[in-house]
Ligand binder design. Sequence first.
Ligand SMILES: Cc1cc2nc3c(=O)[nH]c(=O)nc-3n(C[C@H](O)[C@H](O)[C@H](O)COP(=O)(O)OP(=O)(O)OC[C@H]3O[C@@H](n4cnc5c(N)ncnc54)[C@H](O)[C@@H]3O)c2cc1C
Length: 500
Amino acid sequence: MPSSRLCYFLTTLIPSSVFLSAGVAASLPSPCTSLSTVLPAQVFFPGTEGYNTSISSYRYVQTRLLPACIVKPRYAQNVSKIVEILGRHNSTRFAIRGGGHNVNPGFANIENGVTIDMRDMNTVDISRHGEVVEVGAGALWGHVYDVVEQRGLSILGGRVASVGVGGLTTGGGISYLSPKRGWVCDSVKNFEVVLSNSSIVNANATSESSLFAALKGGQNNFGIVTRFDLKTFPQGPIWGGTITLSNASDTALLRAFTMFKDPSSFDPHAHVIIIFMYDVAQQSFFSLNNMWHSKPNGSKKALQGLLNVGPQINNTIGVAYAGEYAKISVMPVPQNARSQWATTTFAISPTILFRVHKIWRSASIRLGQKFQKANLVSSYTIQSVPPPPPGSRPNSLGFSPYANPEKDLVNFLVLFQYEDPKATQELQDSILGIINEIDKIAEVEGIKQRFKYLNYAHWHQDILGSYGQASLQRMQKVAKKYDPVGMFQNQVVGGFKLAP
Ligand SMILES: Cc1cc2nc3c(=O)[nH]c(=O)nc-3n(C[C@H](O)[C@H](O)[C@H](O)COP(=O)(O)OP(=O)(O)OC[C@H]3O[C@@H](n4cnc5c(N)ncnc54)[C@H](O)[C@@H]3O)c2cc1C
């Protein structure tokens, strides 16, 4: 069983209301009581408004687990105190929550344990000369764009304003300008982190550099990030938007994206995400051809094939700031929506996308027929994998600094949104089945890739292993050094864990 799967079973099956081991139970108050003694205005118990608001703000039902209490730190010193207390209660399980957009249950919330909701740590301060923006770990991307764009600058950030900086950045992060500028995590100049011994450290290229690399892709395995210092760069508005197409255009769109991914037509300024969707209630298949280009007046030759696909149902292409695109992409979901996602990566070939499409389409039709009342929306997304950073500033994602994944690799994300909990098991089997089938075809075609993107991954997938043994072992070494007691393996059970 992969470690991620094991951690889910632990999270859900073993009641973590059994907070304390027998030996210490008699001498310690409950962790929530200890926390509320130290941070009385920042700890929220079931039944209070603060608690209910926090739980209902998770995007999907399956992530609205019910912790024994929620603590909302405001400063790194608060986080340090919380970690110190939870370290004393070392059989208490806890979760770290950023924007709450990961769909995997138990990753950013926990049943019965303690959830640290970071969203009150949301200040965004730009340095005087503007080269760095200091972002509280609970900030959302929309806020960060607002601050930097007022100064005529930009950042690598999420493409939906409501997504959290915390999870997206520590898991990698794909942005509008990623084909040229890389993963969001590689734009971090410094992480401020609270370690399991409750110390507050700065990890950057010259200090705690192994922790610096591990946090870029290793997410919540090493500590709680309290601040991200992100590199800014001059960037005015960008060109882009969405063209909506009916399924009559599917073949043309797949062909155009295949051409776009031909390394010989690579344009580092062009970024594309194609989304194919099936809305079962509407009995409608359609696609969204999202394109951006960082040079509004530059040549769009690389995108011409995609621009030509029609007939277009709607076209929003224009010129706007990245933050504006991120704001219009916030799509609220029904309050009772559930969701599962899974991912894989393959290199482009003349046939792969057509085969992938067929697999997804037939699975979607079958599931739509079976779960007619589940309000199932099945979709998949294809986009490029960002380039790795230069060798002197490694991340943990496992690409060689000389690799060019941005040119020929395709990231695939499949997502099911639905409302009927009874559909969960079969949808899970299907989503993992789709990935399995694609991986098999990719293997036969000789285009299979090891890497799987953490931030789009199902909790059943082996993500940290997909970075390769060398990277995994480096992260394990870093965890031993910075978390010798194993707090972030044993107490923070949600997420993709390092333990074999
Ligand atoms: C609508 C939508 C749009 C998206 N757009 C993009 C996109 O443009 N690009 C992209 O790459 N991905 C995108 N994603 C995927 C996104 O990166 C992940 O869902 C990510 O987990 C979101 O971060 P969060 O802070 O909101 O998540 P959360 O669910 O709060 O956290 C996710 C994980 O990160 C850990 N974590 C969070 N904060 C910290 C911290 N401070 N210290 C240590 N660990 C922490 C949590 O413990 C948890 O395991 C999108 C997802 C959705 C639902």
